[in-house]
Design a protein around this ligand. Sequence first.
Ligand SMILES: [Zn+2]
Length: 141
Amino acid sequence: MTPEDENFLRRAIELAAKARATGDAPFGSLLVGPDGDVLAEEHNTVTRDGDISAHPELKLARWAARRLDPATAAGTTMYTSCQPCDMCRGAIERSGLGRVVYALSNEQLAMLKPGGGWPRVPQEGPALFEEARVPVEGFYR
Ligand SMILES: [Zn+2]
């Protein structure tokens, strides 16, 4: 982690404070491209938007996948005030972004957020393999 990384993390922390000041959960993130330019910034808008997926990391991963060519995405870093949750991590992995730098770890957040987390939802499966494979088979080559 370089002093430049820490400066971009400070911007992410500012965005987190802005989210809190506007009534949302205190999380902020930004994308910094290969040339060191800030490409996009977001903060949490779960409450404002009534959207459980309105995490800044997820919004920026979607933005990157739509707007950046693969080489630019691979050279882009996401700076985020907190380590991405599992939902956002999945989107980041699909986005083509090259790197994530975070301030608070999930463990540090858990210490600051008593009673956090969500109940696990039971999943059942696999089932109906012969039927379910039909639309999939041959799609991936
Ligand atoms: Zn998230």
